[in-house]
Design a protein around this ligand. Sequence first.
Ligand code: IPM
Ligand code: MN
Length: 354
Amino acid sequence: MSKSYNIAVIPGDGTGPEVVAEGLKVLTATASMEKITLNFSHYDFGGDRYLKTGEVLPENAAEEMKKFDAIYLGAIGHPDVKPGILEKGILLKLRFDLDQYINLRPVKLYPNVETPLKDKGPEHIDYVVIRENTGDVYTGIGGVSMKGTPYEVAEQSMIYNRFQVERCLRWAFEYTKKRNKRKTLGLVGKTNVLTYVYDLWERAFHEIGQRDYPDIKRDYYHVDAACMWMVKSPEWFDVLVTGNMFGDIITDLGAITQGGMGIAAGGNINPEGVSMFEPIGGSAPKYTGKNVINPLAAICAGGMMLDILGEKKAADRIERGVIKVLEKDIQSLSAGHMGLSTTEVGDKVAAYVS
Ligand code: IPM
Ligand code: MN
């Protein structure tokens, strides 16, 4: 019997709806080739809805999302809404409420894509960053006092418990094993300054690795040094694992080395629950409605969604389609310079997967 999946679609703000439309086009074409059924249900969460109703996210949104097999998200962020409200109220809230404790961000340079790294090609840039997605300064624990005075004090704490660290590390070891490339997992931390938080990470990393994954090689990098090596020697890396804040920062660096936000996809994964897939770039308001934004990151996020759902063949089909459009059609990954419109890119990939 053919498999069927229910997918919640949140196009969101800015160019989100445009890239999601192309992603859905490619997903639908792929599903029909692989004889799987995808049922899409749309949700209007985002800035426009907030400005109209005053509600960031309906009370029951996370519960509602739990009915689905996965969530496919465009972008969150609106120029008329103060930064933080939508990001915290929608994107981070869903990540937390659905306990999507892994943020999976591949850094892979595809053929024919320009990288700012000198003398590096696809053979050098192919690794994965696993970013813990529920803890760290993202918990928002802290506060401010004497605000607006010269004595203002602000505090926001980096918080991790052993449970969070351990489940993330275990998933990272398993992922490294399954990926079966260089069988090397690198922990990115800052044990020379964050002597509590990254000491916890480092001890857990070596304990779990030594006991349960003796075949996986363990490396450690301070986060500042990791940034240098991501530029100088990305070929060293296979899989990297790190906390939420460092993961946020280094994955933007990784993204630019693979051609930028036009191609970088991410998955917010709850291995035991509902996961959410998104292009990692923002809502790009200045390109909204112009049919110039690059939809490949959203298309790749759709591929990752199928992969995590267990549809590896379908995911590979999308990746081959993306590689083909990059090799044959697209001039540049930047919005407005692709030589094709947003919808044309979607049409081509949809044709290539068929
Ligand atoms: C990301 C984004 C988000 C984050 C923002 C929009 C809250 O930068 O997904 O990387 O910091 O996680
Ligand atoms: Mn980010």
